[in-house]
Design a protein around this ligand. Sequence first.
Ligand code: GAP
Length: 439
Amino acid sequence: MADIMEKIVSLTKRRGFVFPGSEIYSGIGGIYDLGPLGVELEKNIKNAWWKNIVSQRENVVGLDSAILMNRQVWHTSGHVESFTDPLVECKNCHTRFREDHLPKSKNCPTCGKNDWTAPRMFNLMFKTHIGPVEEDGTETFLRPETAQGIFVNFKNVLDTMRVKLPFGIAQIGKGFRNEITTGNFLFRVREFEMMELEYFTYPKQAEADFEYWQKERMDWHLSLGLKKENLRFREHESDERAHYATRSVDIEYNWPFLASQGKPGWGELEGIANRTDYDLKQHAKESGKDLSYFDEETKEKIVPYVIEPSIGVGRMMLALLIDAYHEDKNRVVLKLKPELAPYKVAVFPLLANKPELVKLARKIYLDLKSYDLGLIAWDDRGNIGKRYYAQDEIGTPYCITVDFQSLEDGTVTIRDRDSTKQTRVKINEVKSKLEKPLT
Ligand code: GAP
């Protein structure tokens, strides 16, 4: 199983999905750049999340808060004090690890010895400074979660959007964590895009809403094509929960690399937490601002509880790539859902040296590009079989080919990625044929 990761890392590099960060300078640990196809896949994942969480609901609104926030935010939220992992160092080879990520044997993964320093708590936030002077008062942090931007804007949203409990505020944006050890490609990195929903609710309804969001989130993963057998829920033990949570359930994915490293294959894909009224109360106390909600029915002020589903886009991308990766006899296919695939369709002339075929194919290509169908690929290199395989490998669900029959009867072939079956379609019906399965 381990080699599926090698294959995915190689495919995503070779075909322009993911590049190691700052590669020409030997890279930078735990940072990746998205290439032209990666950025499309990422955008499609984010769009699918936004559609499901914001656009299709009546009671969730969006937000885009700044990455840099007043340093007090991170003191109040508890991150300065508690957003830490236990760091140990091998006394023999001086490699550093997260104590809770050591193998069962506790032997050093680098040199094999078992001789560690005592653990010390290492804060995962990246420090930076605001303004030209680097002194204590100018220090702040790159956000390790987007959630705090939501909590500090709670009152602004209440005042401007006429929202009523229960309601949610959703945000997609970068998070930064100075992880002690990174690895497993996009699984654990230091800079990543997060999709977070803070769902504000009545305290007495929080437990029921927690159950509701568990189901909603699992259904979303299944709707995007993740395999049911690779997903499960896992309730956190009290000693593994974040400092703000009274209950946490992970949606876990059966990662092939964890299994091959002698650890259980199951690992976090998404976290769902009951943050109670912890954050709003803390911010109200430290800022002196009233962050309560006035309930019109009971005429009471309430500090809502918060249910938070939170997931990293890169981790989702990795799970999708693993489940989508297939090898047939002579081809590699990424069986991504059409709505996620970087290119929605590719257009080819059967032969590149026949100007009449190229002319008609270009016309169809440019015409399709003028609609809001998503990205359309053009390819006229090499033989047609190779072009099909090249599109299969990046997950393009349909390929349109203009051949000699096209010139005679105004039809083209549409080839389906998964079945490889080709159907003949009138040129003026291509758009509607594509739209149906693409929506
Ligand atoms: N606001 C809640 C929160 O930050 P979390 O469980 O620490 O919760 C949420 O992170 C999600 O972010 C995780 O479920 C995972 O998908 C993703 N994530 C966390 N740390 C990550 C890292 N170092 N690299 C990639 N993704 C990460």
